[in-house]
Design a protein around this ligand. Structure first.
Ligand code: SF4
Ligand code: SF4
Length: 412
C-alpha cells in the first residue's frame, strides 16, 4: 500500500468545501459533548466534538490560523465516533474528520518516522519482516533504551518502545478452508494487517466456527490493509490490492472480525457494494444453522469490553452478547460504557499517550473490579493496548477476542 498526501491544489478545491459543508450540518446543540472521551478528561470545549467542528470550519475557511494549539485539539480526536452516534442532526463527523486530517497533512506533514510506522503496519510483508527483525536478540533492548525512547518521542510516536506487545511469529493461511461436510456457500474472511499478526487465534477461531456452520472460508493471500490507519492520519492510500484480491475470488460477502477495520472496508474499499462487508458476529448470530452447534460449559467470569468502533460503526455488540450467552455457565460482565474509548484508536496510543493512558487506566480499573477470569474485546487495537496495560501493572489476565472463546468451547 502506497501512502501519499493529496496535492495541495486539490485540497484547496475540494477538501475545504467538504469540511465546510459538513460543519454547516452542525446546529451546535452540544448533545454530543458528554459522549466525547477527550472532553471527559479536560472538560474543554476545544476538546469536544462541537469545539472541533468549529475549529475545523475556521481552519477550512481561513478564519483561524493553523497554530500548534489548534492542530493539537484536532489531533487529539480519537475518531471513536461516539459523537456521530449521538448527534440528532446526523452530522457526518466521520467525513468531516477524514477531510480535516487531510487538510492538516497539507499544513503539517507527518514526520518520516510516523509515515514509516504506518507503512510498516499497513502491509503484511513489511510487518512480518519487522516482527522477524524484532526477534533478533538485543533488537528490542535497543528500541527500549533511553536513546530509542528519545528518538521515538522526537518522531511523534513517543509510546512505541513502552507499548510494544510480545511479538508473534508470522503465519500464513491457506487461501481456502472447507467444511468437513458439504459446503453451504463461500464467504471471504478479512485478515487485516496488524490483526494478521496479532489476532491469529481470532482468525483460527473464525475459520473453526464458519466451517462448523458449513462455509468455505476464502482468504486470498493478496489481501492487505483496510486503509483505516492511513486515512485517519490524513493520508491517501491505495487499497486496491485488498479490493481486487476479494473480487478475484468471486465471493459476494467479506466478513470482518476486527471492528476497527469494518468501517473502512465498507465505506471505502467496497463502497460500490460489489462485495458486501459484514460484521462477523452479526453474520454468525443470524445464521440459520447456528442452533445446530453446541458449546461446552465454562464456569468463569468474562469481562466484556465493547470497542467504540463496535458500538458506533460495526454495530455487532448485540450479536456478540447473544453468541456468548450460548456458552453455558459463562458469566459475561460488560464494562461500563464510559469512557467510550479505551484510548487505543489505531496508532493514537503511540502518538497521544497523555490522553490514551488515562482512558485505558479507567477501563482497566473497571475490568479488575469485576475480578474476571478473562477480558474479551472485539478489536485488535484494543486487545493489544489493554493487554499491554495489564502487563505493565503485573496482571496476567488474558485478553481475548469473543470468537476465540466461542471456538474454544465449541462441542465437536
Ligand atoms: S455534532 Fe450534532 S450533537 Fe454535536 S453539537 Fe453538532 S448538531 Fe449537536
Ligand atoms: S470522534 Fe470521539 S474523540 Fe473525536 S470528537 Fe467525536 S466523541 Fe470526541
Amino acid at each position: 500500500m502506497a501512502l501519499t498526501s493529496t496535492p495541495a491544489s486539490k485540497i484547496a478545491n475540494s477538501t475545504r468545501q467538504q469540511i465546510l459543508q459538513r460543519a454547516d450540518q452542525c446546529v451546535m446543540c452540544g448533545l454530543c459533548i458528554p459522549q466525547c472521551p477527550t472532553y471527559r478528561i479536560g472538560r474543554q470545549e476545544n476538546e469536544s466534538p462541537r469545539g472541533r467542528i468549529a475549529l475545523a470550519r475556521g481552519l477550512a475557511s481561513g478564519e483561524l490560523q493553523p497554530t500548534p494549539t489548534l492542530l493539537g485539539h484536532l489531533d487529539h480526536c480519537l475518531g471513536c465516533m461516539s459523537c456521530e452516534n449521538a448527534c440528532p442532526s446526523e452530522v457526518d463527523y466521520a467525513g468531516l474528520l477524514l477531510a480535516t486530517r487531510e487538510l492538516q497533512r497539507d499544513i503539517q506533514p507527518l514526520s518520516w518516522a510516523r509515515r514509516l510506522l504506518l507503512g510498516v503496519l499497513a502491509r503484511r510483508s513489511r510487518l512480518n519482516l519487522a516482527l522477524r527483525l524484532g526477534r533478533i536478540p538485543g533488537a528490542l533492548a535497543i528500541l527500549r533504551s533511553r536513546i530509542g525512547q528519545a528518538f521515538f518521542k522526537r518522531a511523534g510516536i513517543a509510546a512505541l518502545a513502552r507499548e510494544l506487545p510480545p511479538l508473534p511469529t508470522p503465519r500464513t493461511w491457506p487461501e481456502i478452508v472447507s467444511p468437513a461436510f458439504q459446503s453451504r456457500g463461500r464467504v471471504g474472511l478479512f485478515l487485516g494487517c496488524v490483526a494478521s499478526a496479532f489476532d491469529q487465534d481470532t482468525h483460527a477461531a473464525s475459520i473453526t466456527l464458519l466451517t462448523a456452520l458449513g462455509y468455505d472460508v476464502i482468504m486470498p493471500g493478496a489481501q492487505g490493509c483496510c486503509g483505516a490507519l492511513a486515512r485517519h492520519a490524513g493520508l491517501t492510500n491505495d487499497d486496491s490490492a485488498t479490493r481486487q484480491a476479494f473480487l478475484d475470488t468471486g465471493v459476494d460477502t467479506v466478513l470482518v472480525s476486527a471492528s476497527g477495520c469494518f468501517g473502512s472496508l465498507r465505506d471505502s474499499v467496497f463502497a460500490d457494494g460489489k462485495v458486501r462487508v459484514r460484521e462477523i458476529h452479526e453474520f454468525i448470530a443470524s445464521d440459520s444453522e447456528l442452533d445446530r452447534l453446541r458449546f461446552k460449559a465454562l464456569p468463569q467470569i468474562a469481562a466484556l469490553h465493547t470497542p467504540c468502533t463496535q458500538v458506533n460503526v460495526a454495530r455487532g455488540q448485540h450479536a456478540i452478547a447473544a453468541m456468548l450467552a450460548r456458552i453455558p455457565a459463562l458469566r459475561v460482565m460488560p464494562l461500563p460504557s464510559e469512557p467510550r474509548c479505551c484510548g487505543a484508536a489505531g496508532s493514537y496510543f503511540l502518538e497521544q499517550p497523555q490522553i490514551a493512558g488515562p482512558l485505558r487506566d479507567e477501563k482497566l480499573q473497571q475490568t479488575l473490579a469485576l475480578v474476571p477470569d478473562l477480558l474479551l474485546t472485539s478489536n485488535i487495537g484494543c486487545r493489544i493496548y489493554l493487554g499491554n496495560g495489564l502487563r505493565q501493572q503485573g496482571e496476567t489476565l488474558p485478553v481475548r477476542h469473543p470468537l476465540s472463546l466461542l471456538a474454544q468451547q465449541l462441542d465437536v
